[in-house]
Design a protein around this ligand. Structure first.
Ligand code: GRF
Length: 196
């Protein structure tokens, strides 16, 4: 299955997707990495693993719609079948959501529906929950609200700082995101067969 990865930051999830493919744990190929930040570290990972990438900087666009359209055109041009938001710090508009209905997924660092939006890890700490985690879910119009694909729980320890907790959540993200991609890819393959 042809994947399009959207990232804005470090790209550690992107890197683990590539590793899972290389280890034959995930039957997929990354057709493109799309980033919106020209300086993000995800780009270095694309270079390291020789994955094609493109920078589509929202600061060069006049509107969210214009940016979304550029992203969508690139994904369509490459016949991407499944789009993975792996640390994509942008809200995607309805055009992309409708176009990639059930083929657009996101990873979020909390046990949704708790702690939607930004600073999810800090929100969990502030509430003094004893268990948090991460969620891979389908993307719908309301942020962090689509159906859940996979979740994993991460306990909070008394001594946790935001950094130690973030590290433990991210380690878990790196496990569940490739699993979720495999699951959705299977569903896409099955629905394709059914249509034939
Ligand atoms: C992850 O924690 C993810 O849950 C959130 O952004 C972070 C991306 O990290 N949406 P990375 O860029 O994959 O390292």
């Amino acid at each position: 299955i042809r994947l399009g990865i959207l990232a804005s930051g470090n790209g550690s999830n992107f890197e683990f997707i590539i590793k899972s493919i290389q280890n034959n744990e995930l039957n997929a190929e990354v057709s493109i990495l799309i980033v919106n930040n020209p300086n993000c570290l995800a780009i270095e990972k694309a270079i390291k693993y020789d994955i094609p990438y493109v920078i589509i900087n929202h600061r060069d666009c006049n509107s969210r719609l214009e940016h979304d359209k550029l992203v969508m055109n690139k994904l369509e041009e490459l016949s991407v079948e499944l789009v993975v938001m792996a640390g994509w710090m942008r809200i995607v508009g309805e055009e992309i959501i409708n176009k990639f209905n059930n083929r657009l997924i996101n990873i979020h660092p909390s046990l949704l529906p708790s702690f939607k939006g930004i600073d999810a890890i800090q929100q969990a700490m502030d509430k003094r929950v004893t268990i948090t985690g991460c969620t891979v879910h389908y993307v719908q119009k309301e942020v962090d609200s689509g159906s859940i694909i996979i979740q994993a729980a991460v306990p909070l320890k008394e001594k946790d700082s935001i950094e130690t907790l973030k590290k433990r959540i991210q380690d878990m993200e790196h496990i569940i995101l490739p699993l979720a991609i495999a699951k959705v890819a299977d569903e896409i393959r099955t629905s394709f067969k059914d249509k034939k």
